[in-house]
Each structure stands twice: as structure tokens, then as C-alpha cells.
Design a protein around this ligand. Sequence first.
Ligand SMILES: [Zn+2]
Length: 190
Amino acid sequence: MQQASSFQVVDGELKGAQYIPSPNFNQRPEGTDIQLVVIHNISLPPSQFGGGYIEDFFQNKLDWSAHPYFQTIEGMQVSAHLLILRSGEIIQFVNFKDRAWHAGRSSYLALKECNDYSIGIELEGSDDLPFEEEQYETLANVVATLQKAYPKIKQHIAGHSDIAPGRKTDPGLFFDWVKFRKQLKQLKNL
Ligand SMILES: [Zn+2]
């Protein structure tokens, strides 16, 4: 049985989430409404979970020498508004009012630069492994909350691969859109 969301958006912050500020953000262009959610996956090192490396990466604190893979992303400055860990725990890195750096070169329904008008949500995961039930639950709850706070999001939910085809593959084939949309719909009907 789905429960009503325990999250709430207050002043661009998600109450119910842990807050770890990332320096990797700037202002959204003036007059830009939030109207899209972009779903990603990330794991550091790839396909390994835990360790706090994603959190470090988004804060520009990752020890590049800790793993050979880290040298391939050395110096990159990126972020997402939210990260959902394998446990379903959620961390906010960037205030929703600000522009996080998650999408890169992208377009959605012919509107370019998705970072300008979207909220980026990273799921701790990879293209070749299933996601956890707890992650779907948190994701559905959070997206329902965001849709209430930012009504223009409505049905505008895309994967990174949808807005940057040929360049990005996440959240990948293991992300179950049908399950996610079903859970989201149930929450909206509460
Ligand atoms: Zn991505």
C-alpha cells in the first residue's frame, strides 16, 4: 500500500531529505519555470555502490587517486538536485530554484539546455543492474511532491538518454518506467 508523501518542498528545499550543498550550480535564466524532471543513474566506481564517492564528486571533494576510474573524470564539476541511494535515502545537493549541472548538451520537446528548466534526479545505479524497490518508492514520492510544488512538470519526466540521445544511456534499460509511472499514479490518486 502506497503512503502519502512524507516530503515537502519549502523555499526550494526538499524537507525530508538530507542536505549536502554542492558548489556546482548557477542561476536559472530569469523567468524560467521548472517544467521537467530528468532521471539519471550514477555509480562510482561504475556498478559499485556505497562508499560516499558520488557525494564527494558532487562536492568537488573526490580523491581522484582512490580508483583508476576516477582519473577519467578528474576535474569534472557536476551536480544533480537529488541523489537517491540504494537504500532509498535521498540527498539534496542543489536548491531547486538554482540550476544544477546534470544534463549537459540536451533538448526536450525542441527546448534546448534542459539544465535551465529541469530538476535532475540521480539514482545510485548503473545501466546493467536492476534498481532497488526502495529507490522506486522514494522516486515516486519525490516526483509526486515536485509535481505539486511545480505544476508545470506534469507529465514531463524524461530519462537522460531521452534528452541527450546518442550521447547518454542512463537511466538505462533496467529502469522500469512502467513500474515507476504506476507508483506515481497511485500516489496522485491518494
Ligand atoms: Zn545522466
